[in-house]
Write a protein that binds this ligand. Structure first.
Ligand code: NAP
Length: 249
């Protein structure tokens, strides 16, 4: 059974590891191509956009895809909308794996905003030292609040040229450790953290560190992400795929 996994996340890689070598499944993992040196994967991969809904419909037909698992990031809402539309059009079954959100603790000082633009406004007029940990696609938005000092942690440099004037880039890939995060926030004298509600464990340490230091977090809320059949975890995806796959192969 031909399976297309829409990836770019820890969960997609875990699913790839779990079904590699499964004789009933012939998977292909799709990456958007945002990272130049993605982690090696144990199943065949393809890279780059499909060309909108139309392109994905074509891909599903040309590649004779029997099932799609959307395991993209909680903030990758466009890819998910395209997957829902293309699977509806072609009748290909779609499962969606989205990791649960982080929940606010009593000691958390979260200020929840709708998007990166609102996060930049929420930082206020007074200059502050800001830790940006939200991926490279939105760092440029903070050029609209140039009074702040920004430390942005990213896997790769932002593509945009118009960036905040007082910006330092810290190149690193998670998972991150709580004690290291606390040390970083202290050493950089950070006043406020800007984050997405990514969920999962790999990047949660910064939220715990902010809580321990009593720092506010400007939390960008999740977008509406269209979904197919909701899956709780990787095991549920594998069971769902096996339920669709012909037996006895
Ligand atoms: P997006 O806004 O939902 O997607 C934008 C376009 O990128 C899509 O329309 C599609 O192009 C292409 N695309 C996205 N994911 C793809 C995939 N897995 N395979 C092939 N094409 C893909 O998504 P995004 O926010 O740019 O995220 C891109 C990738 O980075 C995803 O794999 C996502 O899981 C990962 N990621 C995103 C975030 C985040 O905060 N947004 C964080 C960590 C990882 P076409 O229309 O041409 O098909």
């Amino acid at each position: 059974m031909r399976v297309l996994i829409l990836g770019g996340t820890t969960e997609a890689s875990a699913l790839a590891r779990q079904i590699a070598g499964d004789a009933r499944l012939a998977p292909v993992l799709s990456l958007a191509g945002r990272t130049t040196n993605p982690q090696p994967q144990p199943i065949p991969t393809r890279t780059g956009g499909f060309g909108g809904i139309e392109g994905l419909v074509r891909f599903l037909g040309d590649d004779k895809v029997d099932a799609v698992v959307d395991a993209t990031h909680p903030y990758a809402d466009q890819m998910s909308a395209h997957a829902v539309a293309a699977c509806r059009e072609t009748g290909v079954p779609l499962a969606s794996l989205v990791r649960p959100e982080w929940q606010r603790h009593a000691d958390d000082r979260w200020h929840v905003v709708a998007d990166a633009e609102a996060a930049a406004r929420a930082l206020g007029a007074e200059p502050r030292r800001v830790f940006l940990s939200l991926g490279r696609q939105e760092v440029h938005v903070f050029a609209s609040a140039p009074q702040h000092h920004y430390l942005a942690r990213l896997i790769e440099r932002p593509e945009q040229t118009k960036l905040p004037p007082d910006l330092r880039l810290l190149q690193a890939r998670g998972p991150f450790d709580r004690a290291d995060e606390e040390r970083l926030l202290r050493a950089e004298r950070i006043d406020v953290v800007v984050s997405k509600n990514a969920g999962g464990t790999a990047t949660y340490a910064k939220i715990e560190a902010a809580r321990a230091l009593g720092l506010p977090v400007v939390m960008i809320a999740r977008p509406h992400k269209p979904a197919g059949v909701a899956m709780a975890d990787v095991d549920a995806c594998v069971a769902w795929l096996h339920g669709l796959a012909p037996r006895g192969v």
